[in-house]
Design a protein around this ligand. Structure first.
Ligand code: BGC
Length: 762
């Protein structure tokens, strides 16, 4: 353990005090330390701390290129992202700690989004577990691997609410619901940061993208966001706020505008809301070149926008070097103040302090742990478990699933014998070659008990534009080379020889994720043609679906016997899928984003308003809020998912019919496993507020419990409801509840509830 204090006693002995008017943190020791250090720093060194570079630019051959090495030595770099591996990070840290004037350690970040080297399901899949302990453990496991490789900062969790599945980054979040999204946000922050960020297996979380990034118009990436304040506060901001409450150490500003001002230069957002209203005391980094992009937004040249961003409350500039190249000039010209630069520098240094980097800049660089903790058997076991828990059984006609562990199956589809697409989007360190294909997983789970016939059937897509756009950085779709019809014919012949067809189809890993918006969110045509031909054989057709977003599946829902939504399951994909297909685990995932019937219904989400002319199922009247050509209902509603068993819900029983003030209400429902398998059920609590001073959502999720039941077993599930669950933002943005009637609804999904009403007065 090399301590920076040992390396440079002079810095620590220095006792001059810097004014700390704006320091809010109560940590006197940290303040004293940072004051002392800042008292030694030149203006250039302070601005250097605000500069985050990427290893994309920074690395060539050895660790960092000459330019970056020189910049680190001059104190012009505060952190590096994209560099990982104990040895490499150690060498880069050496440059800063041993060769820069003040020996200030670098912070090392990375996009660790759903696991580091051991990859878990994409976040949308993880959210479908409805298991906060598992979710927290996924973040902790990722932190353990990441720290072993020298990292101390992860650009996660992404907590952007998304109600438009055209937007590719819906895959990186927890879906559409603010309450559930808040629980996931807290669990992730806890998992990453642990009990103290000083722990050698803890990283600092970076909550993104602040804010409202998921509200991009038309689901088009990086597009304008224009939203009412009530909608922001009620539906989009809660998960960010929850992450602050959980102690998140850093935030990332988003690319989009908010009330006309891009988030990265938005003082109301970065200072008034984040710091003054919510009490956030960490630092804010921009998204990748987001400062420079303010120029395209129309806010001025690089010097102007860099000053705007700093003044708004942005502390660190990712990649664009606008801060580095212009702030000194702006200070001279009176466009920014010394105290604004100091404040940003202080926040970055505080983050390093909170991480314990001044005590030991190498604290998490541990080659021994790197060997033990990265892709360990335990981590792979966990990846298999969380993948199984993330799968959602969307359809299961006549109990097609689970499959028998005997007979012949035809395993078909471009994703059936594939490694490279198993990990999903945003996988920096994950190695596709270490992932388990579905074909291999089936072999691992049933060995020779089942005769598995295989045919590829189609390419992922024959659309050359879609193919070119969904592979980048030199990657290409691996195509079969045979004509489409020949592949389909072979698949059909294979299907005819089997008892059941398992078609593994859907989106490739990067058809979702950043810069992957789609206007057509169906399964690509080449695969749809394959499915149609397979359906014609009359064999039971099981679809194992890969998808980074809700897809439009009306044809599949009508023609398949079963659909298992596997998202992008990660390193253990094939093993987890096989476990579920053959009944070793009974699926219990529930969707956290609504699946529309068609793109025309988007945006679509369960907690919508009623409108003045609501459409009721069965109406065939004019002048209602509906479509001429499609129903309002989604194909699969928020919270939906089946099991191999069935559950019966009794009536909702309330302990009181009338309440006053701060009394608490308990709502109880009995759930019985009425099928033949042990299984888990996600019992969901929704509340609606039919009369209020503003139009409220038809219902809002306020709780859930995941329970396990043996066949025939029943359990009473009790929810405690307080006035906290009744609160909302009124049109003065006051957060309170209003007396009157409330309807408590409990059930298996947002569209399948039983209810009981209660009168609650002040
Ligand atoms: C993305 C962020 C990411 C950053 C760094 C940006 O393009 O929007 O989510 O953390 O790049 O890789």
């Amino acid at each position: 353990m090399r301590s920076l204090k040992a390396i440079l006693p002079a810095v620590f002995a220095f006792s001059c005090c810097v004014a700390q008017a704006q320091v809010k943190s109560g940590d006197a020791k940290m303040n004293a330390f940072v004051n002392t250090l800042m008292g030694k720093m030149t203006l250039d060194e302070k601005i250097g701390q605000l500069n985050l570079v990427t290893s994309g630019r920074a690395t060539t051959g050895a660790v960092v290129n000459n330019g970056v090495e020189a910049a680190i030595k001059k104190g012009e770099i505060g952190g590096i992202f994209g560099l990982y591996g104990a040895e490499k990070v150690g060498k880069a840290q050496d440059i800063a700690v041993k060769n820069s004037r003040l020996h200030i350690p670098l912070i090392f970040g990375l996009d660790v989004i759903h696991g580091h080297e051991t990859i878990f399901p994409i976040p949308l899949g993880i959210s479908a577990t409805w298991d906060l302990d598992l979710i927290e453990q996924s973040a902790h496991t990722a932190a353990k691997e990441a720290t072993a490789e020298g990292l101390n900062w992860v650009f996660s969790p992404m907590v952007d609410i998304a109600r438009d599945p055209r937007w590719g980054r819906i895959s990186e979040g927890s879906g559409e619901d603010p309450w559930y999204g808040s629980q996931v946000a807290k669990a992730m922050v806890r998992g990453y940061q642990g009990s103290s960020m000083k722990n050698s297996d803890a990283v600092m979380a970076c909550v993104k993208h602040f804010a409202l990034y998921g509200g991009a118009e038309a689901g088009r990436e990086y597009n304008t966001v224009d939203m009412s304040l009530i909608k922001m506060y009620q539906d989009y901001l809660p998960p960010y706020k929850a992450a602050v409450d959980a102690g998140a150490g850093s935030f990332m500003s988003s690319f989009n505008t908010i009330n006309g001002v891009p988030a990265t230069a938005n003082q109301w957002l970065l200072t008034d809301v984040l710091r003054k209203q919510w009490g956030f005391n960490g630092f804010v980094v921009s998204d990748y070149t987001a400062v420079n992009e303010l120029t395209n937004h129309g806010l001025g040249d690089l010097q102007t926008v860099s000053a705007l961003a700093l003044k708004a409350g942005l502390d660190m500039d990712m990649v664009g070097e606008g801060f580095l190249s212009t702030l000194k000039k702006s200070l001279k010209e009176g466009k920014v103040s010394q105290s604004e630069i100091d404040l940003a520098c202080r926040r970055v240094l505080e983050a390093k302090y909170k991480l314990g980097l001044f005590d030991n800049p190498y604290k998490s660089i541990d080659p021994a742990r790197e060997k033990l903790d990265v892709l360990s058997d335990d981590n792979r076991k966990f990846a298999r478990k969380i993948a199984e828990h993330s799968f959602v059984l969307l359809k299961n006609k006549a109990q097609t699933l689970p499959l028998k562990k005997s007979g012949t199956i035809a395993l078909i589809g471009p994703l059936a014998d594939n490694h490279s697409e198993m990990l999903g989007t945003w996988v920096i360190a994950g190695d596709p070659n270490k992932s388990v294909s579905v074909r291999q997983g089936i072999k691992n789970v049933v060995g020779n008990d089942v005769n598995v016939l295989y045919a590829r059937g189609s390419d992922i897509t024959d659309d050359s534009l879609l193919s070119a756009r969904s592979y980048f950085f030199g990657m290409k779709q691996v195509k079969d080379g045979r004509p489409a019809q020949q592949m389909i014919d072979e698949a059909v012949e294979t299907a005819k020889k089997a008892d059941v067809v398992v078609a593994v189809v859907g989106e490739s890993a990067n058809m979702s994720g950043e810069s992957s918006s789609r206007s057509d969110i169906s399964i690509p045509e080449s695969q749809r043609d394959l499915l149609k031909a397979l359906a014609k054989t009359g064999k039971p057709l099981v679809i194992v679906l890969f998808n980074g977003r809700p897809l439009t599946l009306t044809w599949e829902d009508e023609h398949a016997s079963a659909i298992l939504d596997a998202w992008a399951p990660g390193t253990e994909a094939g093993n987890a899928i096989a476990d579920v297909l053959f009944g070793n685990y009974n699926p219990a995932g529930r969707i956290t984003a609504t699946f529309p019937r068609s793109v025309g219904q988007i945006p679509i989400y369960y907690n919508h308003k009623n409108t003045g002319r609501p459409f009721n199922v069965g109406d065939n009247a004019k002048f209602k809020s509906d479509y001429l050509d499609i129903s309002n209902d989604p194909l699969y509603s928020f919270g939906y998912g089946l099991s191999y068993t069935t559950f019966n819900y009794g009536e909702v029983k309330l302990n009181k019919a009338r309440l006053k003030g701060n009394e608490t209400l308990t709502a109880t429902v009995t759930v019985t496993n009425t099928g033949n398998y042990a299984g888990e059920e996600v019992v969901q609590l929704y509340i609606s507020d039919p009369v209020a001073s503003i139009s409220r959502s038809v219902k809002e999720l306020k709780g859930f419990q995941k329970i396990s039941l043996q066949p025939g077993e029943k359990k009473s599930v009790v929810f405690t409801i307080t006035t906290k669950d009744l609160k909302f933002y009124n049109n003065q943005l006051k957060y309170d509840w209003e007396p009157g009637q409330f309807v408590v609804q409990i059930g298996a999904s947002s569209a399948d509830t039983r209810s009981a009403a209660v009168e609650w007065n002040k």
